[in-house]
Design a protein around this ligand. Structure first.
Ligand code: SF4
Length: 246
């Protein structure tokens, strides 16, 4: 089986627990205005790799992943666009080495069609880009309905999740949106962590390289105080949701 791969990282430390092999898959159907991996969008780019080739790269560093409680993370792009490849890869790393598996996804592909893949996934890093559907549409080009359905399905099926939210001043910093995001997260089971990722401009050169205008030109990164405020509002929303359940 062959996958289209954008790149690999052998010592990842933020995309799941421990030290991890990160496989960045090529291809994404969203058009996030802040995308720092603009060069992953096309499904025709990247390089072709077989499962066996990926496994042999992982094997070289296996002792580090094992001794640190780490494993394999598949990210992108959007890895579920190549769901059968990722599923087979996860199946094999589990069968050979019983390795911990993490899937980093925007949750937009229909979750019920990916149940077999999620069954082989120990942890899902789920990106919720905007809780407000209209604003999600203008930020990414698609509604957030499927992402929220994925979150609910994962919650109902006892899966572990880290929710990720790229926080962008002027785009998703409204008080009501952050509270609402918190309320939604608070209504889920299995959320082990909520990561607020401060927006940065490090991927702008990739848009320029492709001859494209960067959509968020002039939008600044958030200050530490702004990130703290976002965290506080999300926490408050989570608490409200928990209190409402009691
Ligand atoms: S989902 Fe990720 S890779 Fe796809 S456009 Fe958005 S930020 Fe970029």
């Amino acid at each position: 089986m062959i996958g289209r791969i954008h790149s690999v990282e052998t010592f990842g430390t933020v995309d799941g627990p421990g030290i991890r092999f990160i496989l960045f898959m090529q291809g994404c159907a969203l058009k996030c205005q802040y995308c720092h991996n603009r060069d992953t969008w096309s499904l025709n780019d990247g390089k072709e790799m077989t499962i066996e080739e990926v496994l042999s790269e992982i094997e070289s560093y296996l002792p580090y992943y094992r001794s640190s409680g780490g494993g394999l993370t598949v990210s992108g792009g959007e890895p579920t666009l190549q769901g059968p490849f990722v599923k087979e890869l996860f199946r094999q790393v589990k069968e050979r080495w019983d390795l911990h598996t993490t899937l980093d996804t925007n949750g937009v592909n229909e979750v019920t069609k990916l149940a077999d893949l999620y069954d082989l996934t120990d942890l899902v890093l789920l990106d919720i880009k905007h809780i407000n559907n209209e604003k999600h549409m203008s930020l990414t080009g698609v509604p957030n309905t499927r992402t929220l359905e994925t979150a609910r399905w994962l919650s109902d099926h006892g899966k572990k999740m880290w929710i990720r939210h790229v926080f962008v001043p002027t785009i998703n910093d409204a008080e009501e949106d952050l509270l609402e995001l918190g309320r939604f997260i608070g209504s889920l089971q299995g959320v082990e962590k909520v990561d607020i990722l401060p927006y940065h401009q490090m991927g702008v050169y990739k848009w320029e390289h492709l001859g494209e205008k960067y959509p968020l030109e002039g939008v600044p990164s958030p200050t530490p105080e702004e990130v703290e405020r976002a965290q506080r509002l999300i926490d408050q929303g989570r608490k409200e949701a928990v209190q409402n359940k009691q």
